[in-house]
Design a binder for this molecule. Sequence first.
Ligand code: 3PG
Length: 307
Amino acid sequence: MAKILIATEKPFAAIAVKGIRDVIEKAEFEPVLLEKYTEKAQLLEAVKDAEALIVRSDIVDAEVLKAAKQLKIVVRAGAGYDNVDLDTATAQHVCVMNTPGQNSNAVAELAFGLLVYAVRNFYNGTSGTELKGKKLGILAYGNVGRNVARIAKGFGMEVYAYDAYCPSTIIESEGVKPVESTEELFKISQVVSLHIPATPETKGSIGFKLIQSMPKGAILLNTARKEVIDEEGLQKAFAERPDFKYLSDVKPSIDEELKANYGERYFSTPKKIGAQTAEANINAGIAAAEQIVDFLKNGNQKYRVNK
Ligand code: 3PG
């Protein structure tokens, strides 16, 4: 019976694990759970005889892939697959998939959790501001960006978006104003919410110049990836703009420093929690299990992300 390993350093909700197990067992495969592991060695051992692997942000590098001699497929239960070494996977004939859209509402809702906290001055009792009528810029109009736009309209915000790959006609058709560049988006938006993946093009792409160009009372939200931030530029922005706030679900390397110096304008979650809801866990986890079953039984590669 093919073994399907669910390796999650940050576990799914129990109800999601049950759903994943049910899908796998119904298809007559064997689910094996490795949760909250603390050493890479535990993953290397567990993956040895697995034919399929479900992960979240767990690192699936060349060492893991090489230890997994029976592996045919890895599904990242979520959107970003920058934690998986795609080249090695391809070289080893391992199919890599993600589960696009399955956890995007959870991430978008958290962006607003952070945003309300920011405009109400971190709930410190002083007079804050409202979101109604403010300009929100969404950087990358994918599944999360779209959900952010939907929620922003409920708050009465003016919503703008830039996406290098999504035609502006699509953005426009959803009642969002498309702009021509990242630079333009930052220039007009009091709030910018980042939803770009971490790629060679985006890494370190959000820095001082962009932040500096934002209107007064600028707020930058990052529920995407820490790597997209130019941390030196971020630090400079904090030093030079006393009105600037940065709220992040993905801790920068300079987290402690920012907390110590700019604690009234900087917030980061203790652990990445954007997709950490029962619903998102159920959606992404079960989709991952179903995609694996469909791949192993029927060869369906619909959500494949490596070549
Ligand atoms: C994603 O890329 O799907 C999100 O960053 C969620 O990551 P997580 O599964 O580690 O919470």
